[in-house]
Design a protein around this ligand. Structure first.
Ligand code: GRG
Length: 338
């Protein structure tokens, strides 16, 4: 269902009050509050904070090593400025967790995990540019173009994007070449004209328009969910998962991916700039269509709950201890505060 939505072009400027995906999910959560949903899905005892600290440390070290300072310093420093600026590292954590879940050696997925973060970071650099969202503040510090100028910020984004693919192709070891090719194909699709670029284009062109839920879902799926999808699917591919498992995990990822952006919309109107590390109330300021704007806060919260529930349901076949990180990551995405 989510897949179908993902591939289909929306009818621009149509108002769809109750898309099929939400209606079909409604029966699941009609009897549960947000708190109850969290309780129903509570993962086995698992120290998520420590898990994420470990993963972030592993990824940060690998990113630092993959991108050493070198000539031309202005470009490489600009890339390092944004990539090493912190961030939650959700996408690389998903790649490593998916590889581990299907029985792969996590170390083999590290270049792919780093590539996810490079691409995510380049999308943030470009998103913050004056021609796009025009933002001054990201990850708790001035945006890339505020420090290095627009010209270098554009080039830093370009260089991070191409280096991500180079890094996977050159530094993935101990994985069949066919799997690496599939990873490159998945990632290429996720960022191109059927992925992030598409979502961003429709987002920009929808500003100031009356946009309905179907178009909004298209934007969120492409702009945000596509990269989370690639993060999970590519981790599973590197880990040697069979096609059926990859497709189950794809559904998990598309659900958490959409939930990620629904929560982002909610946080934009409920959290401070300080907590977010980026400008709060930005969507309101530019009169962007968001889930809270179309549905209200409570109904948006319920959409996110349903998506997280549907994501976790995809993991049914895995043992509780084995799937604990993926369950906890879904919870984190659904109930995060920044
Ligand atoms: C990739 C070729 C290519 C182009 C990019 C600019 C653009 C096209 C797309 C914009 C994509 C975008 C910025 C989507 C928003 C996704 C989102 C909710 C980002 C926030 O992610 P977090 O909360 O941030 O994980 P941290 O800082 O924690 O990593």
């Amino acid at each position: 269902m989510i897949r179908a939505m993902h591939n289909r072009a929306p009818t621009p400027r149509t108002r769809v009050s109750h898309p099929r995906s939400h209606r079909a999910l409604a029966h699941v959560s009609a009897v549960a509050t947000a708190g109850q949903v969290a309780e129903v899905h509570s993962a086995p005892a698992f120290d998520f904070e420590m898990y994420m600290r470990d993963r972030a440390e592993m990824v940060n070290k690998a990113l630092d090593a993959a991108l050493p300072s070198r000539y031309p310093e202005v470009l490489v420093d600009s890339m390092r400025y944004s990539v090493l600026a912190g961030g939650k590292r959700v996408r690389p954590a998903l790649t490593l967790a998916a590889c581990d879940l299907v029985g792969g050696d996590m170390a083999t997925a590290l270049p792919t995990a780093c590539a996810m973060e490079m691409i995510h970071t380049m999308s943030l650099i470009h998103d913050d540019l004056p021609a796009m969202d025009n933002d001054d503040f990201r990850r708790g510090r001035p945006t890339n173009h505020k420090v290095y100028g627009e010209d270098i910020a554009i080039l830093a984004g370009d260089a991070l994007l191409s280096f991500a693919f180079e890094h996977i192709a050159r530094d993935t070891k101990g994985v069949p070449a066919e799997a690496v090719l599939k990873v490159i194909m998945e990632l290429g699709r996720a960022v191109g004209a059927q992925g992030l670029s598409a979502g961003q284009a429709v987002d920009i062109k929808s500003e100031g328009q009356e946009v309905g839920l179907e178009v909004l879902e298209y934007i969120h799926h492409h702009k945000t969910a596509a990269l989370l999808e690639a993060a999970v699917v590519c981790g599973a591919l590197v880990g040697g998962a069979d096609t059926a498992t990859v497709e189950k995990l794809r559904k998990y990822a598309l659900n958490i991916g959409l939930a990620f952006q629904v929560i982002d919309d909610i946080l934009d109107v409920t959290q401070t700039t300080e907590t977010l590390g980026k400008t709060a109330a930005k969507d309101l300021a530019v009169n962007k269509t968001t889930y809270p704007k179309l549905l209200g806060l409570e109904a948006s919260r319920k959409v996110a709950d349903d998506l997280i529930r549907e994501a976790i349901a995809q993991l049914d076949e895995f043992e509780p201890a084995r799937k604990a990180p993926m369950v906890a990551l879904a919870h984190f995405i659904g109930y995060r505060k920044n």
